[in-house]
Design a protein around this ligand. Structure first.
Ligand code: RB5
Length: 143
């Protein structure tokens, strides 16, 4: 399992926290930046994460900005990306079960790090339910 991760400056610390946790789970990380809390533009990093995923450089992706909103919008501009911004464990679970989200977005300034870890693990461990959800995800991917 390999996960590509990116953030802007406001999501940098959370990216580092989650990356350390993922490495502890034995997951390989492709970190495409940013590399500090110096101000950068989240659209660049969200799009780059989506493109890396769709190019096959990783199995899943995670993105982080201040709220998770801007960088998730950017990631979702890449065809084939289903990026879900989550703020609860239940949302993280359904992001996989119902939406088969291939990128998870978390707000670095709005989320407790412990919750971020629990949402990450829940998303990774949940399984896509298929069935009617597969039809809907298929419709998304046609857009
Ligand atoms: C940066 O100040 C902030 O706007 C950005 O991290 C993000 O929250 C945008 O959605």
């Amino acid at each position: 399992m390999k996960i590509v991760i990116s953030s802007d400056h406001a999501g940098y610390k959370m990216k580092q926290t989650v990356a350390e946790h993922l490495r502890g789970r034995g997951i390989e990380i492709l970190d495409i930046g940013t590399d500090s809390e110096e101000s950068v533009d989240y659209p660049i990093y969200g799009k780059a994460c989506g493109e890396a995923l769709i190019d096959g450089k990783a199995d899943l992706g995670m993105v982080f900005c201040g709220t998770g909103i801007g960088i998730s919008i950017a990631a979702n501009k890449v065809k084939g990306v289903r990026c879900a911004l989550v703020t609860s464990v239940e949302m993280a679970q359904q992001a996989k079960q119902h939406n088969n989200a291939n990128i998870l977005a978390i707000g670095g300034r709005t989320t407790d790090p412990e919750l971020a870890i629990r949402m990450t693990d829940t998303w990774l461990d949940a399984e896509f339910e298929g069935g009617r959800h597969a039809r809907r995800v298929g419709l998304l991917d046609e857009m």
